[in-house]
Design a protein around this ligand. Structure first.
Ligand SMILES: *Cc1c(COP(=O)(O)O)cnc(C)c1O
Length: 346
């Protein structure tokens, strides 16, 4: 059947592909602005205050990207010649172009997690043997949700256990919370309950929330100073960035609760695919807005799906990623299920 969707494909590659809605554009057009490097942009200040408050912290720093958010936060906590402990498939390890090493002289050391979740006892053991090695550990970094494993959620209790494991060693806890909004919706927990457990967090406005640009680093007042210093050093201190912050404020206020719709659609998609091809998807792993498929030839499947108006992300030669977001509706999921079940059972 020729598909009308070929003109406008169902784009499941990432939740970063959303385009700003009319309401977001209107908020941007109406934004009050000033020079943010003089601390004079009221929209940036409003966004920083609101997001800091939501996460139970004193301060937030608006940055252009999540990558810069992680780098400025981690660099504020770790100096050259020290290390950050992270999960083996963490975004900061796999997808940030080695920024910590290239621009910070900070090394990462990785431990395997289970579906992206690190074991606090294993971390405590690593920190406890500090006398027997020569690289000081400054930070343990967690990722919530964990993207590479398909959007796994850390519960507040799991983060609290990690906090208890790192605090006695005087080590900071950073959360790469690009999709912390999804974790809070999935667990029903308060964002501040997550936030208060972490020394620093980075959160993205441009993933599921659907803003065109922007992330924030959230922390206490004292640590926000080196974060701002590193933002400037990296070229991320902006001027009338209130046009971007206004988009961020709009989506933080209006697009958080609707993430539950994305999660429901991801479940529906995963369930339908699992019924047709049970080996392809692990339903237990579908906790938020990501669905990971194990297939024989990911590129071939993605190519065929694209011809029928369904765009898939590639995580590896045998791994496909499907992500639901603001610009994917129920009809889009129906079309994706039709096309993918046909291709998976062919
Ligand atoms: C997207 C993402 C980031 C940041 O990505 P940018 O493209 O730099 O905004 C960081 N961590 C995780 C887990 C992500 O998914």
């Amino acid at each position: 059947m020729p598909s009308p969707s070929i003109d406008r494909p169902v784009d499941l590659r990432s939740d970063t592909v959303t385009r700003p809605s009319d309401a977001v554009r209107a908020a941007m057009a109406a934004a009050e602005v000033g020079d943010d490097q003089y601390g004079e942009d009221p929209s940036v200040r409003a966004l920083e205050e609101e997001v800091a408050g939501l996460l139970g912290h004193e301060a937030a720093v608006f940055v252009p990207s999540g990558t810069m958010g992680n780098l400025t936060a981690l660099r504020a906590l770790a100096e050259p010649g020290t290390e950050v402990l992270a999960e083996a498939h963490a975004h900061i390890v796999m997808y940030e172009s080695g920024g910590l090493a290239a621009l910070g002289g900070v090394q990462t050391r990785t431990l395997p997690g289970v579906r992206g979740i690190l074991d606090p006892q294993e971390i405590a053991a690593e920190l406890g043997d500090a006398a027997f090695r020569t690289v000081p550990t400054r930070v343990v970094a967690i990722e919530n949700t964990h993207v590479r494993s398909g959007g796994s959620v850390w519960s507040v209790a799991q983060v609290a256990a990690m906090r208890d494991a790192v605090a006695p060693a005087g080590v900071a806890l950073h959360c790469d919370g690009a999709r912390l909004w999804n974790a809070a919706v999935a667990t029903g927990a308060d964002l501040a309950d997550y936030g208060r457990l972490c020394t620093t967090l980075s959160v993205c406005l441009s993933k599921g929330l659907g803003a065109p640009v922007g992330s924030l680093v959230v922390t206490d007042a004292e640590r926000s100073a080196p974060v701002r210093l590193w933002r400037k050093r990296l070229g991320g201190a902006l001027r009338q960035s209130g046009v971007l912050a206004a988009a961020g404020l709009h989506v933080v206020r209006h697009h958080r609760e609707r993430l539950a719709d994305d999660h429901a659609r991801a479940h529906r998609l995963a369930q339908a695919l699992a019924e047709a091809a049970p080996d392809v998807v692990d339903l237990a792993q579908v906790q938020t807005n990501l669905v990971v498929l194990r297939v024989d030839d990911a590129a071939a499947l993605a190519g065929k799906a694209a011809e029928e108006g369904v765009l898939c992300g590639l995580l590896g030669p045998q791994t496909i990623r499907l992500v639901t977001h603001l610009d994917v509706d129920d009809a889009g999921i129906t079309h994706a299920v039709d096309v993918l079940t046909r291709l998976l059972t062919a």
